[in-house]
Design a protein around this ligand. Structure first.
Ligand code: NAP
Length: 284
């Protein structure tokens, strides 16, 4: 079998077209654009690229971005003061703090300060709890994008065995919860899992969020599986996924490429979260 590629860029573009209409509808109804505040601290080169992509996506969709670039010496108090002001700002519907933050800044404390209603990344404990309890909440971007990518293949998720490699709070755990919500039978694997290949070989849907270049080899993939590669591993100036693409695509039915798979969807889900937050705020 040679897998069909799940084109995250194309899917992302079609969702953005939709969001453009929703953003225009918001502007027509409320006389201002949907607004996303993007806070960057320090000059991490990868963060610079991610922030630039996010701001460009806002522009494409007609969402106004408010950019805050703080120096790496910025204090926790300064950052918290800015977040407090943005929480109160009626023109701002979503707030995003680009991670990682420079050493010395307490990431948990800072993210917790963002109002859950404006938490565009869906990282706040209130939203994470809502996700677990099945309550209306802002879903984290990468996991939400993964579900859209799987749906786009026409694969019925209900009843399938989904195996997630990785249990981070931003990818592994929430994507497992979302797959469970779609009625998949879910197994979560991690670094202490014994005989991982015997488990991944049972996966109808395999999500790799490990952070190790080409960790998933062809002999770990079930014939006909849908393979989602979350990995973004920079090596010698090139980007590699967590999946060995040639080997896995010889076995899978559908597979996401790196780049061009999960990455673009993560940014698009951020914009979708912001647009939805804007409408929700007006309804409440
Ligand atoms: P993370 O916090 O480092 O978590 C990695 C997970 O992989 C951990 O749960 C770890 O297990 C598990 N793991 C490590 N080695 C393993 C092994 N040998 N066998 C089985 N499991 C193993 O990473 P993350 O934030 O979830 O990110 C994962 C990857 O996705 C990274 O490459 C990251 O850059 C990428 N990413 C991409 C996007 C995107 O938009 N495309 C977004 C977010 C992240 P333990 O818990 O036991 O340590």
């Amino acid at each position: 079998m040679s897998a069909e590629i799940i084109d995250g860029k194309a899917l992302s573009a079609s969702i953005k077209e939709d969001l453009k209409g929703r953003a225009a509808e918001f502007e027509g109804a409320y006389g201002r654009k949907v607004g996303l505040a993007v806070i960057k601290v320090g000059d991490n080169p990868a963060s610079e690229i991610y922030v630039r992509n996010k701001i460009r996506s806002c522009e494409e969709v007609g969402v106004k971005s408010f950019s805050y670039n703080l120096p790496s010496e910025a204090t926790e108090d300064e950052l918290i003061e800015l977040i407090d002001a943005l929480n109160e700002d009626a023109n701002v519907d979503g707030i995003l703090v680009q991670l990682p933050l420079p050493a010395g800044l307490n990431e948990k404390k800072i993210l917790a300060r963002i109002s859950p209603e404006k938490d565009a990344d869906g990282f706040h404990a209130v939203n994470a709890g809502g996700l677990l309890l099945g309550l209306p909440c802002t879903k984290p971007c990468t996991p939400a994008g993964i579900i859209e990518l799987i749906r786009s293949t026409g694969t019925k998720i209900a009843g399938k065995h989904a195996v997630v490699i990785g249990r981070s709070n931003i990818v592994g755990k929430p994507v497992a919860v979302l797959l469970l919500g779609e009625n998949a039978t879910v197994t979560i694997c991690h670094s202490k899992t014994v005989d991982l290949p015997s488990i991944t070989r049972q996966a109808d849907i395999l999500v790799a969020a490990v952070g190790i270049k080409e960790f998933v080899r062809g002999d770990m993939v079930k014939e006909g599986a849908v393979v989602i590669d979350v990995g973004m591993n920079r090596c010698d100036g090139k980007l590699y996924g967590d999946v060995n693409f040639p080997e896995a695509s010889a076995k899978a039915s559908y597979i996401t490429p790196v780049p061009g798979g999960v990455g673009p969807m993560t940014v698009t889900m951020l914009i979708r979260n912001t647009v939805e937050a804007a409408f929700r705020c007006k309804k409440s």
